[in-house]
Design a protein. Structure first.
Length: 118
């Protein structure tokens, strides 16, 4: 989930050993494990509640998030393949509105001045 390697875990354990000491390290590790277990339980309960309340719409909401997750996990081959071989055309953006044509000044007329622009 967090992408910790064995090296990172060993460094964290050594830091915990120096900071907490050998007496309190097992208690701290047990507290962290219990807290992670509770957080995972809350997440599973929330997911189940969303699935129950939203029904089939939940899967429609999850699809874009899963695609984003696959991009975040660094699977560029799948992203390029999906982009190149997907049959659905991308949504067309409307062209920008043309700027209004400037009105020419009349004889002896002073151009407008914007005091905030100077």
């Amino acid at each position: 989930m967090f992408g910790l390697s064995i090296d990172h875990i060993v460094i964290l354990l050594l830091a915990g050993l120096f900071i907490l000491g050998p007496e309190r390290l097992p208690e701290a590790a047990q507290w962290v494990a219990q807290t992670l277990k509770r957080v995972r339980g809350f997440a599973a309960g929330t997911k189940a509640q969303l699935e129950a309340e939203l029904g089939p719409e939940y899967q429609e909401l999850r699809k874009p998030l899963q695609e984003l997750q696959s991009l975040r996990l660094g699977n560029p081959r799948a992203a390029v393949t999906r982009y190149l071989l997907d049959d659905t055309p991308p949504a067309a953006t409307p062209p920008p509105a043309p700027a209004p044509a400037p009105v020419p000044l009349r004889a002896n007329e002073r151009p407008p001045v914007d005091p905030d622009a100077t």
